[in-house]
Design a binder for this molecule. Structure first.
Ligand code: SAM
Length: 296
């Protein structure tokens, strides 16, 4: 059970309102139990059927927040529960029941079960909604100090070294902040492999035990982080983030080629903005080349 034992929230009484038919994904805390939304509590209080990856964790969370089970059973379900379990949930939703689904912690589907269920509900064109909330990847991105305009959530890297290095090498050129989940047992190896595959100079962050008592955010270059954690025995839950690759060097020829293609469908101004952003080159330089090309 990952929720900290915060006191029940006496101020908020979950409303026993009718919850509309359909599937309701709810996000649950990644540490601090009070990080649950009022809407999620309302869904838990009023849904006809409660479904969870871990039934004990959900029951405990409801107890903390004073949400009565009211005789409802909590059904266990995850993406490998099989066709029969999935068909049973689809039948309940099809009958017009409101069904709440929570994974063990955070947002369902994010390195957690829920995808198979969402896909089946979408395919059957049944109603589905989500009460959004905590997600370790987003919390870590917020605290990392790294660019948040574009990011790529890469989930858990493979545990085997060779597969992990190929996985990292594939992501090396991506022009976005990279976000990984990792077990504390493998943090050291992951950082060492990042030095080899992504380079030691990129900025990164290791976010540990977010929203919990021993929350810790370490920032620095990948090389510094690898050295800092090389002889530390860390515990708890971890998110690792790495800044995007430096933009590839662009030559006058590659700028002209990219502009040639862009000018076929865009104005000079738009083509210059697009190419400068794509290649990471000053817009002033690109604009000058674009005017020359357009004149020719
Ligand atoms: N669904 C969850 C979410 O929305 O973030 C993720 C579930 S995944 C099974 C568990 C992983 O998420 C952990 O191994 C860790 O990498 C990350 N994680 C979850 N809670 C965390 C926390 N409080 N601090 C740091 N990382 C966390």
């Amino acid at each position: 059970m990952r929720q900290s034992p915060d006191a029940p929230d006496a101020a908020h009484k979950p409303a026993l309102r009718a919850i509309p038919p359909g599937l309701h994904f709810i996000a649950t805390p990644i540490g601090a139990a009070r990080d649950i939304t009022l809407r999620a509590l309302d869904v838990l209080a009023g849904a006809d059927v409660l479904v969870a990856e871990d039934t004990r964790t959900l029951r405990h969370l409801m107890e903390i927040h004073g949400v009565p089970l009211g005789g409802r059973q909590v059904i266990a379900y995850h993406d490998h529960s099989g066709e029969g379990a999935l068909a049973r949930l689809l039948a309940l939703i099809g009958e017009g029941k409101s069904v709440a689904y929570a994974s063990e912690a955070g947002t369902p589907l994010i390195s957690d079960p829920g995808f198979e269920l969402a896909r089946a509900v979408a395919a059957a064109d049944l109603p589905m909604t989500a009460a959004p909330g905590p997600c370790a990847a987003i919390c870590a991105l917020t605290l990392s100090g790294l660019p948040s305009d574009r990011f790529l959530f890469a989930g858990f890297p493979p545990a085997a070294r060779g597969a992990r290095r190929s996985f990292l090498a594939e992501l090396a050129g991506v022009q976005a902040t990279l976000i990984f989940y990792e077990s504390p047992k493998r943090l050291r190896q992951l950082l060492a492999d990042m030095v080899e595959t992504l380079g030691e100079g990129r900025q990164g962050a290791v976010c540990r035990e977010l929203t919990k008592r021993f929350e810790e955010v370490s920032r620095g270059t990948v090389g510094q982080l690898a050295a800092d954690f090389a002889d530390r025995d860390v515990k708890g839950e971890i998110v690792v983030l790495v800044d995007r690759a430096p933009p590839p060097e662009a030559s006058a020829e590659s700028i002209a080629a990219a502009l040639g293609a862009a000018l076929a469908t865009m104005s000079v101004k738009d083509a210059a903005t697009f190419v400068s952003q794509t290649l990471g080159v000053s817009r002033k330089i690109v604009y000058r080349i674009a005017i020359d090309l357009d004149r020719d």
